[in-house]
Write a protein that binds this ligand. Structure first.
Ligand SMILES: Nc1nc2c(ncn2[C@@H]2O[C@H](COP(=O)(O)OP(=O)(O)OP(=O)(O)O)[C@@H](O)[C@H]2O)c(=O)[nH]1
Ligand SMILES: [Mg+2]
Length: 462
């Protein structure tokens, strides 16, 4: 008993996924290796630690065989491989493999936190590097130079990008089935495709569209069974706004009309006009082609009524099909008519942009770094380079820390800290205030004045 509502909910969601939050992580770069070449009779060979491999990227790719985001709903965590560590004898670590995630054409990618649109993926084969793998760390062989002949350290690999993105299907389906509640929209999609939506003889059985994949000869297309619309839907009645938003994201509309309804005030022509009036009032749907399906023809009175109204609808320029979702009568013709329609619309569509590879732009500051005085005793350094160098540093290795200090000094960070008013012992944060690296600053630039001390003696050599 307890399990039932959960199961129903799960089924509803699983049938239709047009939005999903994906947790993405690119691979970390492998660490560089610190190693010294060893050979008989040559005890002090040169450094030969290889570089770490690059972490794999996570790439989104528009794929013709992917129609929904269902896979990502089921498995929302995706990670590329890490790069391998470098090794002795100048062996480089292997690069981590990329992960390519296929998405339907017309997938909009947003930052899950800010909602900012990162990219609109259009055109088969378009690729977008959503998360870049971290660089591998340099091995000690690559860090050696004329002054530092045998570095006893290597650089760490950098972490890969990690982020949460929202994938959204701009277009839900090629065809939307629209009509009054209980007209037989879900029955129809069940008869046309492998979708198995809930069908029942009470209105608003469907609250979330069901998506079916339909095949007509060579043409494969998707049909969405939109929840029932009622008079006033365009004003939001009966969740009308929500449902019409789904209609808006389909390219063509098929009216499903219940010819067997006994409800007072209803008949096929009135139903058609009421739904049309709602679509019109909602707006934005004028350009969608329409056709009409007269359903429930297995009921004798319904078939009779269908025969009566057919000509009227045809005179309005509409293609009309008399069918029964129950007995499948007329469904073959309907399927092929929809398929032809979809194929023609696809052929008429302007050629989509050719395959392209897009890199997610990194936020590179114009200046190499910036120093900010937080208070007399606290300073913050931000910038792509210093922050990267921190990530590359093995703080358990004094030589590596010394190398970092040299790099920062050469970049001019020390000088800027002095200019900003920092004095020995001040706390300096490199990176963000929440998770940056903090250290007590001991300026090397001012070494002379500090070391000369109160006794006035130069103790640098002592
Ligand atoms: N006799 C007959 N009954 C049908 C036919 N198609 C659907 N029905 C019945 O009509 C009722 C409503 O069908 P649904 O497919 O749930 O209708 P719907 O349009 O999806 O309804 P909502 O989801 O409420 O908008 C069910 O009892 C179906 O069995 C048909 O071709 N013939
Ligand atoms: Mg339904």
């Amino acid at each position: 008993m307890v399990g039932l509502p959960y199961k129903m909910e799960r089924r509803a969601v699983a049938d239709f996924v047009d939005q999903v939050v994906l947790h993405i992580r690119a691979g970390d770069g492998g660490n560089g290796c610190a190693s010294v070449h060893r050979e008989k009779f040559k005890p002090l060979g040169g450094p030969d630690g290889g570089n770490g491999g690059r972490g794999g990227d996570v790439i989104l790719e528009v794929d013709p065989n992917t129609a929904t985001l269902l896979d990502y709903h089921r498995r929302p965590h995706r990670k590329a491989d890490n790069g391998k560590q470098g090794q002795g004898s100048n062996r480089e670590g292997a690069n981590g493999a990329d992960v390519v995630l296929p998405v339907p054409n017309g997938t909009v990618v947003k930052d899950a936190k800010t909602g900012e649109v990162l990219i609109d993926l259009v055109g088969m084969g378009t690729r977008y590097v959503i998360a870049q793998g971290g660089h591998g760390g340099l091995g000690n062989a690559a860090l050696a130079n004329s002054k530092r002949k045998a570095p006893g350290f290597a650089l760490l690999g950098e972490p890969g990008d990690a982020l949460d993105v929202m994938l959204e299907l701009k277009s839900v389906a090629d065809v939307a089935l629209v009509g009054f509640p209980s007209a037989g929209k879900s029955s129809l999609i069940a008869a046309l495709s492998a979708a198995r939506p809930k069908i029942a003889d009470y209105p608003f059985t469907t609250l979330i569209p069901n998506l079916g994949v339909v095949t007509a000869g060579e043409t494969v297309f998707t049909v969405a069974d939109v929840p029932g619309l009622i008079p006033g839907a365009s004003q939001g009645k009966g969740l009308g706004h929500e449902f019409l938003r789904h209609v808006e994201r389909c390219d063509m509309l098929v009216h499903v009309i219940d010819c067997a309804t006994m409800e007072p005030g209803r008949d096929p022509i009135t139903d058609y006009e009421v739904i049309e009036a709602e679509l019109h009032a909602y707006g934005k749907l004028e350009d969608r082609p329409r056709m009409v399906v007269l359903n429930k023809a297995d009921v004798p009175d319904a078939r009779e009524l269908a025969d009566i109204v057919r000509a009227d609808l045809q005179e309005r320029g509409l293609k009309v099909f008399t069918v029964s979702a129950a007995t499948h009568e007329g469904l073959r013709e309907l399927t092929f008519a929809m398929g032809e329609w979809v194929a023609a619309a696809r052929a008429a569509r302007p050629v989509e942009e050719p395959t392209r590879l897009v890199l997610r732009p990194k936020q590179l500051g114009a200046a190499t770094f910036a120093v900010r005085k937080v208070n007399d005793n606290l300073f913050q350094v931000t910038g792509e380079k210093p922050e990267r160098w921190i990530r590359q540093t093995d703080f358990t290795n004094d030589e590596a820390v010394g190398y970092l200090a040299d790099r920062l000094e050469r970049l001019g960070v020390e000088e800027e800290l002095v200019k900003a008013g920092a004095t020995a012992g001040a706390e300096v944060v490199i990176g963000s205030m929440d998770d940056g690296y903090i250290f007590d600053w001991q300026p090397t630039l001012n070494a002379e004045s500090i070391n000369s001390g109160p006794r006035g003696t130069d103790n640098r050599l002592g």
